[in-house]
Unconditional design. Structure first.
Length: 290
């Protein structure tokens, strides 16, 4: 058995299902979850710069080999900034949405003009804001504020610290159950990223286990919905009597190679959004894990 450390994204259930059902072991992997990094990605990132975020620290501080996942923009940009390589052989498809409080005057995307939207810096919640709002507002009127991870953004919205928050699963389902108002929703792609030189066979085995989990959820999703409890931030565990049966699927695993054209589109987008300042190598061949 090959020992592998994984920091779950928490946007979907595949890691948790694969662990519960023994799919990692079936593929020859002894998987340990990196709860420190996972919980860190849910927490506040205020005062942190890029390369200092919880998900950066396995590369910049701890020097630990950890499989992680992020949005397609984040995984590619992280690799280009020198933090590992992105995995091209599979991707995720995840929901995304912006929420406001029920008493907010914001009713539609155009009402978000010049309103700071709570995001996690240079992560899916951040990149999705210009990606989805560009059709409604000029870039100069799309504003973001770095609050941090999943739980921190939802808490900032509930506490009145921000007027709007960019949310991912399971916070989308949590916001719905708390009566918050959805302004815009869509989906986006995610990718996994691994340390440079990570054993390719371990990566392939990991992806096969996630695919097994995907098929298991296709067969009986209701069986696995209670596993969302593992993705709820600690400060929200007893905040509300969560009905996990209504949390939905979250991110889906797609066992197909990301098109080269999507990589090129990502590079064009981050340049236009002026979020390319940490990029070094900008080639698909140089940044994809081998």
């Amino acid at each position: 058995m090959k020992k592998v450390t994984v920091a779950p994204k928490g946007m979907g259930l595949n890691d948790f299902v694969a662990h519960q059902e023994g799919f990692f072991a079936t593929e020859g992997l002894d998987v340990t979850f990196d709860w420190k990094t996972f919980r860190g990605t849910q927490s506040s990132w205020k005062g942190l710069n890029y390369l200092e975020r919880p998900q950066d620290q396995p590369y910049t501080k701890d020097k630990a080999e950890v499989i992680q996942g992020a949005c397609v923009w984040g995984s590619i940009c992280n690799a280009s900034a020198g933090m590992g390589k992105f995995v091209a052989e599979a991707y995720g498809d995840s929901p995304w949405a912006i929420f406001v409080r029920p008493d907010s005057k914001i009713r539609e995307p155009r009402d978000l003009k010049d309103i700071p939207i709570s995001v996690g810096m240079r992560a899916g919640s951040h990149f999705n804001v210009p990606y989805r709002l560009e059709k409604y507002l000029p870039l100069e009127n799309i504003k973001t504020v770095n609050t941090g991870g999943f739980g921190a953004r939802l808490k900032a919205l509930l506490d009145g610290e921000v007027e709007a928050a960019s949310l991912l699963p399971p916070q989308i389902a949590m916001a719905e159950q708390l009566g918050l108002r959805k302004i815009i929703e869509d989906t986006f792609h995610t990718l996994w990223w691994v340390p440079e030189g990570f054993e390719p066979e371990n990566t392939k085995a990991y992806l096969r286990a996630l695919d097994r989990a995907e098929k298991a959820m296709d067969a009986d999703l209701a069986k696995y919905l209670p596993l969302w409890r593992l993705a709820v931030p600690a400060e929200f565990e007893t905040y509300h009597p969560w009905d996990f049966s209504k949390f939905g699927r979250g991110e889906r695993f797609v066992y197909k190679t990301i098109p080269h054209s999507e990589f090129d589109e990502v590079m064009d987008q981050v340049k236009r959004w002026k979020l390319d300042d940490f990029l070094k190598d900008r080639s698909f061949e140089g940044l994809a894990a081998r």
